[in-house]
Design a protein around this ligand. Structure first.
Ligand code: PLP
Ligand code: ZN
Length: 464
């Protein structure tokens, strides 16, 4: 292939290449996943990460203001005039000593990367802006995705902002939180609710996109992962370009961890960092395919010869038992992660581990994040609950430097939060109890007071 940017099968022994403007997102030879690949000898990568600091003084250029596109020299696939930015990636890496204490880390050792600050309230915008640049390069008019909520919210907002494309989103029945559904509807997306769960919706959207030639923005789209690499660049930037010891991230479809791995593999290859951090992926115990495969079945990437037999056997057994993902953390309620092979590759190159946490552990961790001054949705708190677990096991040392990714905003899913803090046992039981959550250790209950000045004053004196 003669272009300097192209798509390439992730399996080294296949290595098929596909042109940059292909939108099938599948290896034509072996059916595998594709990477966006760069011939760095013919491009101009930065010589040092510090080179990016020059962008800080160029904030009147929207592409230098964007927390995604200011790093575009590390994913140079799109001409500037195809890029649409709505201010994504203006996120913050916040040191949190209260969350550190909760997880058993020392003061100053735990950081929260708050991706809820993105325009649509989740990290998905990092990748969506990149996918939309590619969609505009190929002249797409419609974009489709299956979603547990945040992908559709992000797809809908970028479609609305481009004003050129129509969003078509597929959601499973009864599985989407109101905050996320509200976004898709408000931004004018055609919303198709199918009788099934996320895994069903994803299969259907792939079939429909192929049939109707609609641009697919699920994370099988490798351009999305290019944008998500910038979450790691911003973490490094916030740490003065120092590499932390651990990145801890919730795992659903495994696009995020795959993109993080690719970011670090490329930075190593370009000589821009000397070592990669270790990656920890945290599943919900009700949607723990990756945990089971990686930690229990020992499935590995094996330098490009992944254990497909183990993976196929596991998926077949899941189908035979009609096993469905089931967790309150709807954003990671996924049993068939599409980026699984890429995630295995990331974990091999970055010394990875996988853990599972219960809904109880996630909600308690979420309350601690909230009490510490940042908010997140239930799935995001898996990173904090997982850190606590890895600390208890002694895998993470108390003086290591850990970054937990808070993937989505607190207001995405208020139902679980209000039920957790509710004084009403019925609300608690309906929303949480029947999903196996027994107690709310850090509940902040509303105080019931008669409409009487003396009583109100008395209550405040007692409680605050
Ligand atoms: C999509 C999503 C995840 C899962 O990320 P993957 O890349 O699919 O593993 C986790 N948390 C939130 C809030 C999400 O929206
Ligand atoms: Zn291939």
């Amino acid at each position: 292939m003669s272009e300097s940017v192209f798509q390439r099968c992730i399996h080294p022994q296949c290595g098929a290449t596909v042109s940059l403007d292909d939108t099938s997102f599948q290896c034509p030879r072996c059916g595998g996943l594709l990477d966006v690949a760069y011939d760095w000898n013919r491009l101009r990568p930065p010589k040092s990460l510090r080179d990016f600091e020059a962008k800080w003084s160029q904030r009147t250029n929207p592409l230098s203001f964007s927390g995604v596109w200011r790093f575009r020299d590390l994913f140079p696939f799109a001409p500037d005039d195809r890029i649409l930015t709505i201010g994504e990636g203006q996120t913050i890496l916040q040191r949190s000593d209260s969350v550190a204490a909760y997880t058993g880390m020392n003061n100053g050792c735990l950081y929260l990367e708050y991706e809820g600050m993105n325009p649509s309230g989740s990290f998905k915008d990092n990748g969506m802006t990149a996918a939309f640049a590619h969609a505009r390069m190929v002249g797409a008019r419609r974009a489709a995705c299956a979603s547990t909520g945040n992908t559709s919210a992000s797809c809908a907002i970028y479609c609305a902002a481009t004003n050129l494309m129509r969003a078509i989103i597929f959601i499973g029945s009864g599985k989407i939180s109101y905050g996320k559904l509200a976004q898709a509807l408000d931004h004018g997306a055609l919303t198709v609710q199918i009788a099934g769960d996320f895994d069903d919706a994803l299969q259907r959207v792939q079939q429909v996109s192929k049939k109707l030639g609609i641009y697919l923005v699920n994370s099988i789209n490798p351009f999305r992962l290019e944008g998500q690499k910038t979450i790691m660049y911003r973490v490094l930037e916030a740490l003065g370009w120092e590499v932390p010891d651990w990145i801890v991230v919730p795992g659903g479809n495994l696009g995020n961890v795959s993109s993080f791995g690719k970011a670090f593999i490329e930075l190593l290859e370009l000589g821009l960092i000397k070592r990669a951090p270790r990656l920890a992926v945290i599943n919900a115990s009700g949607a723990n395919t990756f945990y089971q495969l990686y930690e229990k079945q020992g499935a590995r990437w094996n330098g490009g010869k992944p254990d497909d037999g183990k993976i196929d056997d596991y998926m077949k057994a899941m189908d035979a038992g009609n096993l469905r993902a089931n967790t309150l953390a709807s954003a990671i309620e996924i049993n068939r992660p599409v980026s699984l092979p890429k995630a295995l590759r990331a974990l091999e190159r970055c010394g990875g581990v996988v853990r599972e946490v219960t809904d109880q552990e996630m909600l308690d961790a979420k309350a601690k994040v909230g009490a510490g001054g940042l908010g997140c949705e239930p799935a995001s708190a898996a990173s904090v609950a997982g850190t606590k677990k890895l600390r208890q096991e002694g895998i993470i040392g108390s003086d290591e430097r850990v970054v937990c990714i808070l993937t989505g905003h607190q207001l995405k899913d208020p139902t679980a939060t209000v039920a957790y803090h509710s004084a009403d046992p019925k609300t608690f039981e309906e929303v949480l109890g029947k999903r196996g959550v027994r107690r709310a250790m850090f509940a902040n209950r509303a105080v019931q007071v008669p409409n009487d000045l003396d009583e109100i004053v008395k209550a405040i004196e007692v409680y605050a």
